[in-house]
Ligand binder design. Sequence first.
Ligand code: FES
Ligand SMILES: [Fe+2]
Length: 351
Amino acid sequence: MSDAPALDTTAVSRLCDDPVMLDDWYPVARSREIVAGTITPATLLGRDLIVWRDAAGAVHVWDDLCIHRGARLSKGWIKDDTVVCPYHGWRFDGQARCVHIPVAPDQPIPPKARAFPVRAQEQDGLVWATLGKPAHPIPAFPARDLPGFRIFHAGPYVYRANGFRAVENFVDATHFPFVHSGLNGVPDAPDIIPDYDVTRSADGLVSSEISVFQPVGDFRKIPVQAGYTYYCLRPLVAAFSKRVRIVDPAQAHLGSPDDRFVTMFTVQPVDEVTSVARVVFAINFAPDLTEADMLPRQDIVYNQDRDIVETQRPERIPVDLRAEMHHRSDRMGVAYRRWLRDLGITYGVIA
Ligand code: FES
Ligand SMILES: [Fe+2]
């Protein structure tokens, strides 16, 4: 878990009116956090929501708002598989219908008495929600169906930062020696990054492989030569597939040339300058390692990333390439900003 302060979901933020961002899927919780009998608040694109699971196991994401007098349902509780509003005790069932008004239990309930659901779906251990009508499916974790991979989760990591800045950091291989000194790079011997390619398709962006030396490049705590292939699957979902080749021949028996570490980095845009990152990752080596063994390294790396991304100004990412400076080693970031611009995104960017 992150050591970041708990998220203040009461923060007032600009509501999103960007159709591109509204018509997309974002994680709002880990599946395992949403247990029947509890209500979990979440904020997405400035809109306050609740997440809850009914007794049959289905997940629901609703506005954090009661239609009666506008009280927050997140302050309520679950009773008999319904959400109870904390103000006057109206109850709402899994179909979002009001099924009980305590002051008039025997009278018909007006059909207008309803909660406000948004679309929600579970995939890859995450609860995804959308405020719009996405034309595309939720991006799949790239190693989900690959044989031999074990899948784990890390986070949530709260970034007091813009989600696009967080994703651009995730697909940037040139910060490793400085931000992840001693783990993913060596500050006194940074890798020279040769030119690489980035290809855009209907599925997003993909880079050619970028090779770097990492003194502790994975969970085995040994030096590796890492080969990163980066993907932008959606504006706020990115991934890498990293080949990890053990450098020291005397330690080669700890792995194989096929060893890979696959990571998907997802962002819940709370608002334009607040993000919750959740990480799904998989390895096909070191079968003895448990999630608990691997989480400390993940927490260190993502907290280091958060610490630097939170310093970036302006907070919203500029998608006009005349702003900031771009080196040829930034080809992935440049392609990412172009893609955001061409998608017509307005929320969370400086156009
Ligand atoms: S505000 Fe929810 S029951 Fe009155
Ligand atoms: Fe990083």
